[in-house]
Design a protein around this ligand. Structure first.
Ligand SMILES: Nc1ncnc2c1ncn2[C@@H]1O[C@H](COP(=O)(O)OP(=O)(O)OP(=O)(O)O)[C@@H](O)[C@H]1O
Length: 334
């Protein structure tokens, strides 16, 4: 079963203002059992993409296909697509077992059959001890596991996750990634997972799609996006830290990752002033401003070897680690 989004276009009309183009010709395919992570700046169209696949938002043009079946005109409830939001939308007055089973009961499933299915899916998501609690008695991570259980019990044909871990603390987030991988293995259906968390995108995505202004700029494995961003928007928008992009010279901007920047007091590279030091565990992030354009640059250097705020340093890097982009189009150049 694969999910295809073809030439998807969606604009929001605004009186007295230009239309907002939320999806501008998006083509994506998510394979059976594949988890596609979607990242991108706020407003780049990620949520609209999920809503279009779920049928909550119509397309102006383009198609949504699941296993070859055109769902574009199919009502949300008849698509077999489950969507889990950041704020797990559980019914506050219902116990966890009823929150998980409510869809099955609404579809007319037998009470005993539903109860058995609830217990089974609750065990998968490790919420079986919480079945008699109400949502207000759960942590953020527990609420998300219940929301996933409610999505899973329907045996959806595709599963969409909109920042499901954004409200979960860092410790639980690691565990929840394992839960999401487990759900992926068990369901074996196409999954799309939207996140702002770069390490989550790296860790979870079989592939990652980076969106910018309603378009998919690059869609490939996390390693490929990191090693060879196809566009300056990917260089800035994917990875633990944004890539430094230096001012254009002869139509080309050089990009260098913070971990690859070396700081020398002497040397022939661009001259920079050290602005501040930000602790980053074993390393420090050094924020610099380069003369004469005032370009902001970040260098990640081992703790103990940092220059001090106010120092003047020169940047250098191994040319093997530089990325080059067309200064006009932003496209990667060889
Ligand atoms: N119902 C709507 N009416 C008007 N404009 C909308 C509507 N929904 C979304 N938009 C606009 O469409 C664009 C894409 O929005 P969308 O929510 O898809 O972005 P996003 O990438 O999910 O953002 P975020 O990361 O902040 O959640 C934005 O400019 C947004 O303001």
């Amino acid at each position: 079963m694969s999910l295809r989004i073809e030439a998807a276009h969606r604009a929001f009309r605004a009186r007295g203002r230009d239309d907002v183009v939320a999806l501008d010709g998006v083509d994506l395919t998510v394979g059976e059992g594949e988890l596609l992570v979607v990242v991108g700046r706020s407003g780049s169209g990620k949520t609209t993409l999920l809503r279009v696949v779920a049928g909550l938002e119509p397309l102006d043009s383009g198609r949504v296909l699941l296993d070859g079946e055109d769902l574009t005109a199919t009502a949300p409830g008849a698509r077999g697509v489950a969507l889990v939001f950041q704020e797990a939308a559980l019914f506050p007055h219902l116990r966890v077992r009823d929150n998980i089973g409510i869809g099955e009961r609404a579809r007319g499933a037998d009470r005993k059959v539903t109860e058995a299915a609830v217990v089974e899916v609750a065990a998968t998501l490790d919420v079986e001890d919480l079945l008699d609690r109400t949502p207000s008695e759960l942590s953020g991570g527990e609420r998300q596991r219940v929301a996933l259980a409610r999505a899973m019990i329907r045996s959806p044909r595709a599963l969409l996750l909109d920042e499901p871990l954004a409200a979960v603390d860092a410790e639980q987030r690691g565990r929840m990634r394992g839960v999401i991988r487990d759900v992926q293995r068990r369901l074996g259906v196409p999954m799309i997972h939207v996140t702002h968390d770069q390490s989550e995108a790296m860790a979870l995505g079989d592939r990652v799609a980076l969106m910018d202004r309603g378009r998919v700029v690059q869609c490939d494995t996390p390693d490929a996006l990191y090693a060879a961003p196809s566009h300056v928007a990917v260089a800035r928008g994917f990875g633990p830290l944004p890539m430094n992009i230096l001012p254009p010279e002869r139509g080309v901007c050089v990009g260098v990752r913070p971990e690859r920047v070396r700081l020398d007091p002497s040397g022939s590279g661009p001259l920079c002033a050290v602005m501040e030091r930000e602790p980053a565990g074993e390393d420090s992030l050094i924020h610099l401003v380069c003369a004469p354009e005032g370009t902001a640059v970040v260098a990640r250097v081992p703790r103990g070897s940092e220059p001090r705020p106010g120092d003047q340093v020169r940047l250098s890097w191994d040319p093997a680690h530089e990325h080059r982009f067309n200064a006009t189009t932003g496209e990667r150049v060889a």
